[in-house]
Design a protein around this ligand. Structure first.
Ligand code: N01
Length: 546
């Protein structure tokens, strides 16, 4: 531990991705609080700092919507170039934001927060970093990232592999050359589907090891046309409001009912949405693709037929064909993924028929034989949503560790607060909309709610707030109810915790973002039902002016 005395702040923010950067800006510049941010990376960007694998792009409606919405000036001055933003462009944008709003001076990089403890006597959190520094604050804002803790499969002998091995979520910052290499890729989620076509362009051979086939839609990425950004800029206020109202989507969502159309008309509409690309088939074909089983079966069948149309070899197409409900795993937007299997230098191993048994220094051994490789790419995803909080494993009231609290279920209230962990707030925590809403906007709105909490404490001479366990239990029921109205829980995915052996099985996101944010407002306006408060034990600062 550092010899330096523990630095004191009003708030500590963990993470310098979208969520953490906005929290730092808002709490410091809009509320006048003293704030210190910590991040384990050497620069801003969070997910985008770590996920630099080839082909990385935003997998949701992106430019200019996958961006901060709070500043018209920022919207006016940043020129996005493509409809599906490249990871490196998102990173450049976040670097610009950090400079423009003078955030860097208050962020300590290369400093993972490894411990956080709440002291009931002082009503303060103290954190310790991987550098041994400590800091203390009234409020702990955890913007630790929904996709941070990389999942490395524990296949026997995987570490015996002697070639380069990279995880997409921890990609090196130096260029990686695939030239002349035989590359094995394990995993076909968004990261694998984005990386495989890029790797195949220069590799000698790519062997894809697939556990579950995926539904993936053509992204139809294109350069933004002249004047397109200006249109968005002129109408930014309205656009932002409509994103709030439409679950984060910037465009109108279909109100068409499938039952009002003939099978031929429906098929025509699916074709139209497929041609438009992006998420349109899922959210803009007919109402209820994710809730109406019959409709979903038809859309699933449509996408399966597209896979068979695109992939030349029927046996490869068969292996690539998913057999679960469309879009119940995270939907993927690709740039030529299925087409890549028509290349001579790409082959597919279906691990459900031919599982991996072991590794040698130069190959992957599956039940059917040996696959020689020079490089291994693990596109095997993350201990999503809950993993980054559990890595810190904060210690709340009475010394309770989060890992014990979350032993059976990831209990939270509103996906942002936890009973027994006063004054700790999560951005994109378990059971908040997080990955099911446009994340930059969702983070802004959650931070604005934290603002309301802090003002409520300060205006009432209160020192700490936390939810009751009853409120958590009711919230849990509500999320279960909402999730069960959809088809999501029927599929094994990282949304349900099923991708990590031994992880609690629980739907990890609030599936109705607009309703969620309305509810947050109601909670704040109604005097914070579901929370208990303690009087301040130390002097409370004057609330900052608006
Ligand atoms: O991870 P994933 P990802 N043996 O969990 C397989 C976001 N993202 O990094 O489906 C063999 O989706 C696993 O198989 P299965 C985006 O939200 C965002 O690709 O579990 N295979 C699956 O195929 C995305 O959803 C952007 O059976 C194993 C793959 O590995 C999320 O990140 C860009 C295995 C993992 O897929 C995660 O995507 C890219 C094993 N032991 C990604 N373990 C943005 O735009 C796992 N797999 C922000």
């Amino acid at each position: 531990m550092s010899e330096e005395p523990t630095a004191q702040y009003d708030a500590i923010v963990i993470g310098a991705g979208f969520g953490g950067l906005y929290a730092l800006h808002h709490l410091r510049d809009k509320m006048g609080l003293s704030v210190r941010s910590f991040d384990g990376a050497s620069g801003v960007g969070g997910t985008w700092w770590f996920n630099r694998y080839p082909g990385a792009r935003v997998d949701a409606p992106s430019s200019p919507f996958y961006a901060f919405t709070f500043s018209q000036e920022l919207v006016d001055e940043w020129d996005w170039t493509e409809t599906q933003t490249k990871g490196t462009d998102v990173l450049a944008y976040l670097e610009h934001v950090a400079e423009r709003f003078d955030l860097l001076k208050d962020i300590q990089f290369d400093s993972f927060v490894e411990d956080a403890r709440y002291d009931e006597a002082t009503q303060r959190w103290t954190i310790e970093t991987s550098q041994g520094d400590t800091a203390s604050a009234r409020f702990l804002i955890c913007a630790t990232g929904a996709l941070f803790v990389a999942n490395k499969p524990d296949y026997p002998g995987i570490d015996d592999f002697a070639g380069d091995m990279f995880h997409t979520g921890r990609w090196p910052h130096e260029p990686v050359s695939f030239e002349g290499k035989r590359v094995g890729v394990i995993g076909t989620g968004s990261s694998g589907v984005q990386a495989i076509p890029e790797i195949a362009k220069t590799a000698d051979h790519v062997t894809v090891f697939q556990r579950t086939p995926q539904y993936s839609l053509p992204a139809r990425n294109r350069p933004l046309a002249d004047g397109e950004l200006d249109e968005y800029r002129q109408d930014w206020g309205k656009l932002r409001e409509s994103m709030n109202r439409r679950g984060g989507w910037p465009f109108p969502v279909s109100r068409l009912k499938a039952k009002d159309h003939t099978p031929e008309q429906r098929w025509e509409r699916y074709e139209e949405m497929w041609e438009r690309g992006g998420m349109h088939l899922s959210i803009n074909s007919f109402v209820g693709v994710l809730a109406d089983e019959e409709l979903n079966n038809e859309v699933s069948y449509f996408v399966r037929s597209k896979i068979h149309e695109i992939v030349d070899d029927p046996e490869t197409a068969r292996k690539l064909t998913p057999d679960y409900h469309f879009a119940t795993k995270r939907l993927i937007l690709d740039n030529g993924y299925f087409e890549t299997y028509n290349r001579d230098n790409v082959s597919l191993v279906d691990l459900r028929e031919d599982p991996i048994e072991s590794f040698t220094p130069t190959s992957v051994m599956t039940a059917d034989g040996e696959h020689p490789i020079d490089m291994l790419v693990l596109a095997t995803g993350f201990d999503a949503v809950s993993g980054s909080m559990l890595k810190i494993n904060p210690q709340g009231r009475g010394g309770m560790r989060l890992a014990d609290k979350w032993d059976q279920r990831f209990d939270t209230y509103l996906g942002m607060t936890i009973a027994g962990f006063p004054n700790l707030f999560m951005i994109h925590g378990p059971t908040s909309p997080g990955v099911l809403f446009t994340m930059p906007l969702g983070g802004e709105r959650q931070t604005q709610w934290i603002d309301a909490c802090i003002r409520h404490l300060d205006e009432n001479g209160l020192g700490a707030m936390e939810p009751t366990e009853d409120a958590e239990a009711e919230w849990d029921e509500e999320i279960i109810g909402l999730a069960n109205r959809t088809l999501y829980p029927r599929t094994k995915s990282w949304y349900t915790g099923a991708n990590i052996p031994g992880k609690n099985r629980q739907f990890l996101a609030h599936p109705a973002g607009s309703r969620y944010f309305d509810h947050l407002n109601e909670i704040a306006e109604g005097g914070f039902e579901g929370f208990t408060f303690e009087p301040a034990r130390t002097e409370v600062p004057e609330p900052a002016a608006d």
